[in-house]
Design a protein around this ligand. Sequence first.
Ligand SMILES: [Zn+2]
Ligand SMILES: [Zn+2]
Length: 375
Amino acid sequence: MMKTRGAIVRGVGLGWEVVDLELGEPNDHEVLIEVHASGLCHSDQHITDGDLAVELPFVGGHEGAGIVRKVGSGVTRVKVGDHVCTSFIPGCGVCKYCARGQSYVCQNGYLMEKGVSMDGTPRFFLDGEPLGAQCRLGTFSGHLVCSEQQAIKIDDDIPLEVACLVSCGVATGFGAAVNVGEVKPGDVVVIMGMGGVGVNAVQGAAKAGASHVIVVDPLEGKRARAAEFGATATFATLEEAMPLVHEHTDYQGADVTIITVGRVDGDIIGEAFSSIGKTGCCVLCSLGQSTPGIAINPQDLQTMSKSLKGVMFGNCNPAKDIPMLLKMYKDGKLKLDELVTNRYALEDINKGFDDLVSGVNLRGVLVHDHAAVAA
Ligand SMILES: [Zn+2]
Ligand SMILES: [Zn+2]
């Protein structure tokens, strides 16, 4: 058992509390990661808001990058010293979903919300009491133990402070446009919400060849950044954006609309769905409402041959797509440095989430201080 320091949530509405944690040894097929950086993702905010039900108390964070410091027996995917991104979904490689190229819904994600290891035992302890961790990771802790299926080796020369963003937000947004919306050259695409996911949906749509990437966001500061990632126009509301959408689509509606708002509900989905034209696709990335009820006219869905698709991790396969996106970054084809608005020390994590909620950040990154630890 080793000591580490991390941020936990004890109850809904209580924010994050930085505490000293105990961490168990890596078991078979598990690795111990020294976490260097973690994105502050809205999915973590959804836990403190109560939108995402988990067993509290809970160690937060799932968007991490760090260095493997110890491996349990039988580990073959990574070795001590490897730089890794954490994958919030495991990829066993052999379940029905992995076998057909859909690791983003790997069966080993079952009961992930409990936050304990796949074998059902906890790795984190607080004052001797076990506690779970976000996506079986807990990247708001300076160290964590996870399955080797959740450690994706990356090149040593990629800064960990940007690599961590590919562990969730970048892949989710990019994949929402490319894999799920299947944006094609010439398409008219609407992105609702220019947050950490939306900005990468903009990058994905632009890379896929969309002629028009129209961003909707109420915050002027967010809209001001959209063009540098590939947006062609911005509006404060979807209603204001629709005349331009109609102008470019012969009054049919968008080819693809991607929902990346901070918190979604059935009315927002209905509004987004109404913005797409015949055979259009509406892609839902955001979390929020967890009860039935979407304001969609079934006849509109049927007669217009429209589709509404949910998306997990951008329907990316972590072992393939995390290295691919980082290669694009190294090749100058994907902007990651430009995403980072602010860096925060662990002790300032609540300031980081305040900035996320108020819309100050494109992305905020938590940087763990391992200065005292020999590299
Ligand atoms: Zn699997
Ligand atoms: Zn996330």
